[in-house]
Design a protein around this ligand. Sequence first.
Ligand code: ATP
Ligand code: MG
Length: 237
Amino acid sequence: MLEIKNLSKKYRGSNKKAIDNVNITIEDGDIYGFIGPNGAGKSTTIKCVVGILDFTDGEIIFDGESIKDNPINSKQKMAYVPDNPDLYEHLSGIGYLNFICDIYGVGNEKNELIHKYSGLFNIEKDLANPIKSYSHGMKQKIALIAAFIHKPKLLILDEPFVGLDPKATHDLKEILKELCQDGTMIFFSSHVLEIVEKFCNKIAIIKDGRIVASGKTEDVKGSGSLEDTFMDLFDEK
Ligand SMILES: Nc1ncnc2c1ncn2[C@@H]1O[C@H](COP(=O)(O)OP(=O)(O)OP(=O)(O)O)[C@@H](O)[C@H]1O
Ligand SMILES: [Mg+2]
């Protein structure tokens, strides 16, 4: 379980909190969608959870312990794909995946998993080429495979569908479902409301750094569509 409790973050030099008293609980079996307009605080929340950003107030409890108490232990059990993955461009795709497997101690299953995911994403033939020669979507696929491959307890994705072609979008959803069934909790931000509505069992909506709705998808969206709910919340008129 991941508990984000009363989390606030103010960036240095800013007089306003980027996120303010954010509370989100993610349980085993959840595929949790995180939505809100540009600048609302999704990436800031995510970066606090994965330990990239320090936070001003609140706490984050993952698997029973604060992520600040034992950050290495928490990070070993998490995977994070940022909205714009920064990969080692001089490495080949296979070199990068092997490197990640070595860091996380992926053993015998390594080759089987690389074959499985790169085959699904149709980039097996590109694995020997340097990452700098990849398109945006191909880089995104390598970053995703690197996240799946060590079977994290918590998978956090910041706008994972951006740049993926329709088949890869479909395959990513299938892979996420499979990982979820195998016990991975999934938390992702997205602007694609149709996917979030159909795919996530829980949703949080953030506005100006504050959570304005959260919980089970059917409760958050009510009788209309998620887009209707979103428009109602963000229509300034
Ligand atoms: N490094 C930074 N320094 C100062 N302020 C920042 C920094 N990064 C983000 N912010 C501010 O924090 C707020 C939340 O930004 P954040 O990137 O979390 O939004 P977001 O919901 O991920 O938006 P988007 O949908 O555009 O990705 C914004 O007001 C933004 O200007
Ligand atoms: Mg963002």
